[in-house]
Ligand binder design. Structure first.
Ligand SMILES: [Fe+2]
Length: 387
């Protein structure tokens, strides 16, 4: 599709203004120069930068710019001449002031249909795997059915996505009640909504929670969309939201052989001000002894956030049965469980972690591959019917 666009220079060429499809986009001359899509600036095979961007003169400016159809031609003050495809430039243009990254659907207790996948289909069919990864990205979780009821039953599906993240607890580890539990997870008590392991660096990206048996009374899983809770907090009490987004708190885990600590805010924003992750772990939070006024501010904000993440209106309940598995985004969802009583039967779950970068990479690459295959298929079909 052809886009009509105009270009003008401002600030003696230090800024280039693009007017396209009714929108105004401003580009710094230095940004355009370091991103110049040509073989002397970027390696053609890897796309990685060949010039040292930090050595570009800070006075660099655009000498001239003009459009030729859908291509922007630019001549810089260092003598470099290059050309940009308009659609690619617009893709890179500064996004609007959204709170939430595009492609996410926030939810609450009204969520009508749980995102679901089938283990065998995701294992054998790339389209089903992509659908599962896209649901996981959009909703922050997916319920997978038909996982083999074996100790490491989830492993073949993990192998389709990325490496299992090993921790001091091993690879795929038990979640069941034991005597002398090293973590409250391994007891029969209920667990308040939390994110896992904010004392690690990096924090595990996705939790894979596989049910082998759940015959005990109780032990239901709860899920809350932390981004929805954060968005509600921002609407209800913007000063509380700001407090939780600005003040880092500490988290710590210790046992006989391990001493882990890390820190970060309960609500973390990305460089564009969008929600990037939530942390909440009452069991392991150890905030520093800041001055009392700051702590009082923080405690009030945290209490309001806690009321939201435990609000039934935001909570989805489900009970995992044998062969069910939840995959959860540990940077977005809070999960918990109701207490259970073992007199009623056995409760045995297994849990593993998979990183975010490898999961996102798999989704993007598989999406591009399947789109390309579909395009080839369509062009073959079109050729087939052309007389
Ligand atoms: Fe957990």
């Amino acid at each position: 599709m052809s886009i009509s666009a105009d270009v003008e220079l401002q600030d003696a060429g230090r800024r280039l203004i693009l007017h396209a499809a009714g929108q105004r986009h401003e580009f710094a001359a230095l940004w355009l120069r370091e991103r110049a899509p040509d073989a002397t600036t970027l390696d053609t095979r890897t796309g990685q930068r060949l010039i040292e961007a930090s050595q570009l003169p800070l006075t660099l400016h655009v000498e001239s710019a003009s459009f030729d159809a859908q291509t922007l031609h630019v001549c810089f003050s260092d003598g470099h001449v290059t050309a940009y495809a308009l659609d690619e430039l617009l893709d890179d243009a500064a996004p609007d002031n959204a709170d939430i990254a595009s492609g996410l659907s926030l939810w609450d207790a009204e969520l009508e249909t749980l995102p679901q996948a089938t283990f065998d289909a995701a294992l054998e069919d790339d389209g089903a795997l992509l659908a599962m990864l896209e649901d996981l990205h959009r909703y922050g979780f997916v319920k997978v059915s038909g996982v083999p009821c074996e100790e490491d039953g989830m492993q073949p599906l993990i192998d389709r996505i990325g490496p299992l993240r090993r921790t001091n607890w091993g690879g795929i580890a038990d979640v069941k009640s034991v005597a002398n539990a090293y973590d409250l997870t391994m007891t029969q008590r209920g667990l308040e909504p939390h994110t896992d392991n904010p004392y690690r660096d990096p924090i595990p990206g996705y939790i894979w929670l596989h049910c082998l048996s759940n015959a005990a009374a109780g032990g239901d899983s709860t899920l809350t969309d932390g981004f929805m809770a954060a968005q509600r907090l921002k609407a209800e009490a913007p000063e509380d939201f700001d407090c939780l987004a600005r003040l880092s708190t500490q988290f710590r885990y210790t046992d006989a052989t391990t001493d882990l600590e890390s820190e970060g805010p309960l609500i973390e924003l990305d460089s564009q001000g969008r929600l990037a992750r939530v942390r909440y772990s009452n069991r392991t939070e150890r905030i520093a002894a800041h001055d009392a006024a700051l702590l009082e501010r923080y405690y009030a904000a945290r209490q309001r956030f806690y009321r939201l993440i435990t609000d039934e209106a935001l909570t989805v309940h489900l009970k995992l049965g044998p062969g069910d598995m939840l995959i959860m985004d540990n940077y977005r969802l809070l999960h918990g469980r109701t207490a259970y009583q073992l007199e009623g039967g056995v409760r045995h779950l297994r849990q593993g972690y998979v990183d975010r970068d490898s999961t996102a990479s798999r989704r993007r690459v598989l999406g591009a591959q399947l789109a390309e295959n579909a395009q080839h298929g369509a062009s073959h079909t079109a050729q087939g019917v052309t007389p």
